[in-house]
Design a protein around this ligand. Structure first.
Ligand SMILES: N[C@@H](CCC(=O)N[C@@H](CS)C(=O)NCC(=O)O)C(=O)O
Length: 219
């Protein structure tokens, strides 16, 4: 196996890094981790030593940088096809790609209004109509994927496409946002959130975040 290092931000706050990290876990690679603290004056310079984009996550494979969570996902899916990082069924795979792209390029209102913060709760936080519409769209995505391809109740693991894939890694930080901001969800969405929070890789990340002491005030 190649030599891997992943450059991450604080586990409490770095939602894109969580995506890349979960994908690396799904791929089953062994990797070293380097956490670079977000919002520090030297953050950019430190990340730029690894990636010209200056953002985390960055996966370094035998000295070659792969930056951007989606590029990391595509790279590892190609390199380790046996790990089935994308669903095997072509229709499921196509839907998975659509919902990952929708997350990667969208849900800006939600991402700005409900930042990922694994160590805090923000109860009674009002949602703007724009954010509420994105919450509704995300629940519709989860419902659609799980009803069509999740095989819930029929041996599926409760993930969007039954067993965990890149799509679940992409929506995992949204689950944490819904939890921190105590967003009211339909039952099926609550069930999906519970599946994500019980995912052993997710639990490992959350436990590491709980050990962090750095505090960033986003709101
Ligand atoms: N499209 C990128 C987004 C990466 C991103 O925005 N990462 C944030 C941390 S979660 C970052 O590096 N922020 C530091 C900054 O903006 O200076 C990806 O998918 O990896």
């Amino acid at each position: 196996m190649p030599n891997y290092t992943m450059i991450l931000g604080n586990k409490s706050y770095s939602s894109w890094a969580l995506r890349g990290w979960l994908i690396a876990k799904l791929a089953g690679i062994d990797f070293e981790e380097e956490v670079i603290l977000l919002r520090k004056p030297d953050m950019k310079a430190k990340v730029l030593r690894h990636s010209p984009a200056g953002l985390v996550p960055v996966l370094i494979e035998d000295g070659e940088a792969i930056w951007d969570s989606l590029a990391i996902g595509e790279h590892l899916a190609e390199r380790y096809p046996e790990r089935q990082l994308w669903p095997v069924d072509p229709a499921a795979r196509s839907l998975a790609r659509c919902v990952v792209a929708e997350m990667h390029s969208g849900f800006r209102a939600l991402r700005m209004a409900l930042p990922m913060d694994l160590r805090r709760r923000y109860p009674d936080h009002p949602l703007t109509p724009e954010v509420a519409a994105e919450v509704a769209r995300i629940q519709a995505i989860w419902r659609d994927c799980r009803e069509r391809f999740g095989d819930v109740g029929g041996g599926g693991g409760g993930f969007l496409f039954g067993e965990p894939t890149i799509a679940d890694a992409f929506y995992a930080p949204v689950v944490t946002r819904f939890r921190s901001f105590e967003v009211t969800l339909e039952d099926a969405a609550e069930e999906y959130c519970a599946t994500i929070m019980a995912w052993p890789a997710m639990q490992e990340w959350v436990a590491a975040a709980a050990e962090e002491t750095e505090v960033i005030e986003f709101l």
